[in-house]
Design a protein around this ligand. Structure first.
Ligand code: NDP
Length: 463
């Protein structure tokens, strides 16, 4: 039997890589993990975690305003961007340390180097030039923001990577894209006082979400003062003599701002990884092709998380890692379950969602009952804010199963997590109806909408 330096070598110290490396090591396997940048990966270092911290920072503007309706007088407010960046850095450094501590405690060897494949079971450590062998290899190298090379002047633009650490807060920003990142950052920058323009190629932002959520959020963002330009594109970006940038657009002429941010999707980090040498096949987007058990085309090599371009979410990468462990080290073949993934957009207000949008459900089921509530949240009665909360249940009339829940409103992300359990459990509308309301909350609407607002039959809205 061939002998290897390691039982498992993990390339990439993000969510999927760290989880698979740590658990395999805790099971007594000889594990090494290599990371070329910082442990924690996109989520911890320049994604979910710092994003959420910045969302909190950006919400204070409205908190201060709202406080007055409740009798408070809030004095002069100032905001210090550098202080926020520093505080964020301290927190992500702490988390980075915890990730490494977890690996070390489990007995994994932690390497700070880029690693590339040189053959089926061999990996070259770029910093030392050393080659090591492993029985199994996990590739969990994630992705990066698409640089959009086709755009003249793209090199003048920033991506989410740079947005977290800008030396100073811009006075104005143009953000291209209509997905999670573009929408979340538009809200963050606007909340921090930056004049913000969002430019999106489609008819309505957040293309894969329920129409009600998309329209509702669009209206709420515009009401706050974010400029949203749909069905338009940036055609070029140039630098002005004063250092500001001009974005030439297709329909809205020249827009000038301090920064232009591109949030046009993310691409897998597979370039130069030695995949060909190892016999690992990729698709036309450069994502590693895997089977239902995260196995690549090369025996003994597995891929997890964003690099496979299945569902680009941290909990999905972690779940895929746990399935890999079950399958390979516990004799319990388990394939990742990508159905009914609850998700949130940390916009302001948030979107929390699980299951099918009305549009997707209408394509799948003949007869739908739609329960929809739109109301002013209780806090807004005294704060005077005119924001609306929207809640929507999509029910398949044939078996009464709730096939989609969509919420636009404060803490909708927290709600989506719990609703994810109910949909996963296959709850019907009757289960919702016989659940006692928690009063006074916004979510009590979800269990007190007794009559359908309308139905959708064979794709047509009726009644
Ligand atoms: P998304 O896929 O969400 O959005 C990409 C956006 O860019 C879409 O609006 C897309 O338009 C647009 N786009 C793509 N190519 C072009 C182009 N050539 N010209 C103009 N517009 C273009 O990607 P993000 O970058 O926002 O985020 C990447 C991933 O990260 C997400 O898919 C998500 O899974 C994850 N993420 C999750 C978060 C969360 O859970 N809260 C937060 C941030 C990221 P169109 O819709 O028309 O295709």
């Amino acid at each position: 039997m061939a002998s290897f330096d390691y039982d498992l070598f993990v390339i990439g110290g993000g969510s999927g890589g760290v989880r698979s490396g740590r658990v395999a090591a805790a099971l007594g396997k000889k594990v090494a993990i290599a990371e070329e940048f910082r442990y924690g990966g996109t989520c911890v270092i320049r994604g979910c975690v710092p994003k959420k911290l910045y969302v909190y920072a950006s919400q204070f503007t409205e908190h201060f305003e709202d406080a007055e309706g409740f009798g408070w007088s809030v004095g002069e407010r100032t905001f210090d961007w550098q202080k926020l960046v520093k505080a964020k850095e301290k927190e992500i450094t702490r988390l980075e340390g915890l990730y490494q501590k977890g690996l070390a405690n489990a007995g994994a060897e932690i390497l700070h180097t880029r690693a590339e494949l040189t053959g089926p079971n061999t990996i070259r450590l770029i910093d030392s030039g050393k080659t090591v062998t492993a029985e199994r290899i996990v590739i969990a190298v994630g992705g990066h923001p698409t640089p959009h090379d086709a755009l003249p002047g793209h090199e003048l633009c920033i991506s989410s990577n740079e947005a977290f650490d800008l030396p100073e807060l811009p006075k104005s920003i143009i953000i291209a894209g209509g997905g999670y990142i573009a929408v979340e950052f538009a809200n963050i920058f606007h909340g921090l006082g930056v004049e913000t323009t969002l430019i999106y190629r489609g008819k309505e932002i957040l293309s894969r979400f329920d129409q009600d959520m998309r329209r509702g959020l669009h209206a709420a963002m515009e009401q706050k003062g974010i400029r949203i330009l749909c069905e338009d594109l940036i055609q070029s970006v140039t630098k002005n003599a004063d250092g500001r940038l001009t974005a030439e657009t297709m329909k809205h002429g020249a827009l000038v701002a301090d920064q232009v941010m591109l949030a046009l999707g993310r691409v897998p980090n597979t370039k130069g990884l030695g995949l060909e040498a190892a016999g690992v096949a990729v698709n036309e987007r450069g994502a590693i092709i895997v089977d239902a058990f995260s196995r690549t085309s090369a025996p003994g090599i597995y891929a997890l998380g964003d690099v496979t371009d299945r569902v680009q979410l941290t909990p999905v990468a972690i779940h895929e890692a746990m399935c890999f462990i079950e399958t390979e080290y516990k004799g319990n073949p388990t394939s990742p379950d990508h159905d009914l993934i609850a998700t949130a957009v940390f916009s302001q207000p948030e979107i929390g969602t699980v299951g099918l949008s009305e549009e997707a459900a209408a394509k799948k089921f003949q007869d739908l009952e739609i329960y929809r509530a739109e109301f002013r949240p209780m806090k807004a009665t005294l704060s005077g804010r005119s924001e609306k909360t929207i809640m929507k249940l999509i029910v398949n009339a044939a078996d009464r199963k709730v096939v989609g829940v969509h919420i636009l409103g404060h803490e909708a992300g927290e709600m989506a997590q719990l609703l994810g359990i109910t949909l996963k459990a296959g709850c019907t509308k009757d289960d919702f109806d016989r659940t006692m309301a928690v009063h006074p909350t916004a979510t009590e609407e979800l269990v007190t909408m007794y009559n359908p607002t309308y139905r959708v039959k064979n794709g047509e809205k009726v009644g």
